[in-house]
Design a protein around this ligand. Structure first.
Ligand SMILES: CC(=O)N[C@H]1[C@@H](OP(=O)(O)OP(=O)(O)OC[C@H]2O[C@@H](n3ccc(=O)[nH]c3=O)[C@H](O)[C@@H]2O)O[C@H](CO)[C@@H](O)[C@@H]1O
Ligand SMILES: C=C(OP(=O)(O)O)C(=O)O
Length: 416
């Protein structure tokens, strides 16, 4: 199992190119199931999750041509309407094949994803919505069996805001008969990116970017070209890294209009930022100020940035609190940070942090994707050497993070 070895105390200097967003690329790849035409995608990040998704799609009969960050999909030969447990268990986003397969072929068998390190993460709202569109769904032997003659438009209001739930139902509704209204829809930029692609494919969607999506079903969708939106979570991770280590970096190939409250919070930490059209220059010369955050759905503070901000707060000059409202168990990084000398106590869904003067490197374990990223940041701010075990979590969602960090002066190596 690969590990990362990090020697802390190095300032970061230079440019980092941000990759395409994992959370946009995964649903967008699934949209390839909706058409017999070619879907030509660019800015697709080189991630383990993308590899898993392409494997999953290929075993349905979808044709995949990949050339680095360009992927072309062709769904004219799909003949296996199934997502097996072996692939789904490694990546929850596999559930996103359910809506498209059902809408286009009237049938799908998809393994239930199960929980993961950050929470139980049920998919009851995906199932509720597809049933409202007329699907017959049963669950047996750990699999969701779904079938329908033709999906029919409906008004659907999910009980909570769900990102992949919105995406699954949106994709399904594009090929349903008549009008579907999705209320309480997720407004994350990655949902918007998927919706924009679907429109290029011939879908009729109103209210993109709002919490009420109105879809007029069409008989079929055609191929399209699309560049995946830049990864705001990856960008914020590097901005947190420089806030923790000090230095002067410029992140490129980024979008600056989709950062919700994160940029304000980074400024509060003391990060000086110069915003360009597709870039952000970030300079940090002082100890970070403590910043409290509370995670909520977009445009609020994202749960996927919570751990990375905590990594900066642990060395800040004062106390802060971090409240997690989306997932019930997303503090697995706390104990590992405390092993590095942080002073964090949790009470329910809030972590109380007292900034410390120094962290000292130690062996730690990555437990999930963003927890891993937060440990990389903490390790870069610590004195001495930290070895992070189980970094396969990191590879799921970050495109060669150690290479990008080494190029700007961090001392990070992968140990095989
Ligand atoms: C591939 C992808 O895009 N992943 C993102 C997506 O995950 P994902 O789409 O799985 O997260 P959701 O938005 O669905 O989850 C939000 C909350 O709703 C609950 N819930 C959701 C669906 C459902 O049917 N029933 C239910 O109870 C979940 O357990 C969670 O507590 O959004 C999360 C919240 O921004 C991000 O952290 C993930 O990075
Ligand atoms: C929780 C995340 O991803 P996933 O939904 O793929 O587990 C994440 O990107 O932080």
């Amino acid at each position: 199992m690969d590990k990362l070895q990090i020697v802390g105390g190095k300032r970061l200097n230079g440019d980092i190119k941000i990759s395409g967003a994992k959370n946009a690329a995964l649903p967008i790849l699934c949209a390839g199931l909706l058409t017999a035409g070619d879907l030509e995608l660019s800015n697709v990040p080189r991630l383990h999750d993308v590899k898993t998704m392409l494997e999953l799609l290929e075993q349905t009969g979808l044709k995949v041509d990949q050339d680095d960050e360009r992927v072309t999909l062709n769904g004219s030969g799909i003949d296996k309407l199934e997502a097996p447990y072996e692939l789904v268990k490694t990546m929850r986003a596999s559930i996103l094949v359910l809506g498209p397969l059902l809408a286009r072929f009237g049938e799908a068998k998809v393994s239930l994803p199960g929980g993961c390190a950050i929470g139980s993460r049920p998919v009851d709202q995906h199932i509720m919505g597809l049933r409202a569109l007329g699907a017959e769904i049963s669950i047996e032997g750990g699999y969701i069996y779904a079938k329908c003659k033709k999906l029919k438009g409906a008004r659907i209001r999910t009980e909570m805001i769900t990102v992949t739930g919105t995406e699954n139902l949106l994709m399904a509704a594009t090929l349903a008969e008549g009008e579907t209204v999705l209320e309480n829809a997720a407004r994350e930029p990655e949902v918007t990116d998927l919706a924009n692609l679907l429109v290029k494919m011939g879908a009729k969607i109103d209210g993109i970017g709002t919490d009420r999506l109105v879809i007029q079903g069409v008989a079929e969708l055609h191929g399209a070209k699309h560049a995946v939106i830049s990864d705001r979570i990856e960008a914020a991770t590097f901005l947190c890294a420089v806030a923790a280590t000090g230095g002067d970096i410029t992140i490129t190939n980024t979008r600056t209009d989709i950062f919700d409250v994160a940029l304000d919070k980074l400024r509060e930490l003391g990060l000086h930022m110069t915003i360009g059209e597709n870039s952000i220059r970030a300079q940090m010369d002082s100890r970070p100020h403590p910043v409290s955050v509370r995670t909520t759905e977009y445009p609020g503070f994202p749960t996927d940035m919570q751990a990375q901000f905590m990594a900066v707060n642990i060395i800040a000059g004062g106390s802060s609190r971090v409240t997690e409202t989306i997932f019930e168990n997303r503090f697995m990084h706390v104990q590992e940070m405390n092993r590095l000398g942080a002073n964090i106590q949790t009470e329910g869904n809030t972590a109380f942090i007292k900034g410390v003067d120094r962290l000292v490197g130690a062996p730690v374990m990555a437990t999930d994707l963003r927890a891993s990223a937060s440990l990389v940041i903490a390790a870069m701010a610590a004195e001495g050497t930290t070895v992070i075990d189980r970094i396969y979590h990191l590879d799921r969602g970050y495109d060669r993070m150690e290479a990008k960090l080494s190029a700007v002066g961090a001392d990070v190596i992968r140990i095989k």
